[in-house]
Design a protein around this ligand. Structure first.
Ligand code: IPM
Ligand code: MN
Length: 353
């Protein structure tokens, strides 16, 4: 008998609704898991731990996370913790330390889901945002001068390296060539104002375009991209953009999918450990009520399995989600959450259909 392959997965439920959606995601993982094993290790990291012990991400735990095949994260952020601590020292530190330079955020509208934009059909919304995830304004470069005085200066620098821009643009080109995609790559930036960073991005896109002659490339300013998300989303297939533009644009993207509770994302290091998460955050208003939408976490599990090479299990989740949403009449426009989906219905029916 051949030995079954085992994936070692670090689980970080985190704060707020993180633990409840992670629980639903793990049920789905178990339901689609045939032909391979998973070894789960849970990490107690997040606001509660910080408030209890003052620790955010001890090196020993980071070391254990590094040794995983993938990470499944719920949400990070706590109302009693000053903004910036958990975000920077836990979420961003994990992304940076593991060099997860791709933030992959598919924007799909599942069948039967209503959104705030009545003119959109299901076919209109099917794109992927490739958000640069390791530099830009998120690098933490900058500082204060004369802090607290009337002459205070606060500088926040956007770091854009040739290496960083090239690897994210290359990833986006390769994704555009994937059989499921439409071979169109749009650079979203603000080249008319950010003439240094934007210029580097545009030059790299133009240079790499010759390596990918089958991919059509174009360019849209980030503000105009917001208009197109509402007015003509079908014009986008793969978008590549910098860290902060990608952050902002994908919240709008989530809303044209049907809500923050649907949008999943992956922090990917193609050669290392990747981390998958629902992108909606901790949703304190929903915490503990059983009303948060678990679809984003389930979508994150789907992406995690795809990254681990478990294409069949990932496809079962996709079929299951589509089957379930097409039957649900309760998903209303813009809704963050609704009662927990029956896992049996979601996976078993969907997989057999
Ligand atoms: C996201 C979040 C994070 C980000 C925050 C919590 C640091 O908004 O994953 O989109 O800005 O990347
Ligand atoms: Mn965000």
């Amino acid at each position: 008998m051949t030995r079954t392959r085992t994936h070692r997965i670090g689980v970080l439920p985190g704060d707020g609704t993180g633990p409840e959606v992670v629980r639903e995601g793990l049920k789905v993982l178990e339901a689609v898991r045939t032909g391979f094993d998973v070894e789960l290790e849970e990490f107690d990291l997040g606001g509660e731990r910080y408030l209890r012990t003052g620790e955010v991400l001890p090196d020993a735990e980071l070391g254990r996370i590094r040794a995983k095949d993938a990470v499944f994260l719920g949400a990070v952020g706590h109302t009693d913790v000053k903004p910036g601590i958990l975000e920077r020292e836990l979420l961003l530190r994990l992304r940076f330390e593991l060099d997860q330079y791709v933030n992959l955020r598919p924007i799909v509208r599942y069948p039967g889901v209503e959104t705030l934009v009545p003119s959109h059909t299901e076919d209109d919304v099917d794109m992927v945002v490739v958000r640069e995830n390791s530099e830009g304004l998120y690098s933490g470069a900058g500082g204060f001068h004369r802090k607290g005085t009337p002459y205070e200066v606060a500088v926040q620098e956007s770091i854009n390296t040739r290496h960083g821009v090239e690897r994210i643009v290359r990833y986006a080109f390769e994704l555009a060539m994937h059989p499921d995609r439409r071979r169109k790559l749009t650079l979203v930036h603000k080249t008319n104002v950010l003439t240094f960073a934007g210029d580097l991005y545009q030059r790299v896109v133009d240079e790499l375009a010759s390596e990918f002659p089958e991919v059509e490339t174009d360019y849209v300013h980030v503000d105009a991209a917001c208009i197109y998300f509402l007015d003509w989303p079908a014009r986008f297939d793969v978008i590549v953009t910098d860290n902060m533009f990608g952050d902002i644009l994908t919240d709008l993207g989530a809303m044209i999918q049907g809500g923050m509770g649907i949008a999943a994302g992956g922090n990917i290091n193609p050669e290392g450990v990747s981390m998958f998460e629902p992108i909606g955050g901790t949703a304190p208003d929903h915490t503990g009520k059983g009303t948060i939408n678990p679809l984003a976490a389930i979508g994150a599990v789907q992406m995690l399995l795809a990254q681990l090479g478990e294409a069949e299990a990932a496809a079962r989740i996709d079929r299951g989600v589509r089957h379930a949403t097409s039957k649900m009449k309760s998903m209303r426009a813009g809704e963050m959450g609704y009662a927990t989906i029956e896992v049996g219905d979601l996976v078993v029916d969907g997989a057999s259909g």
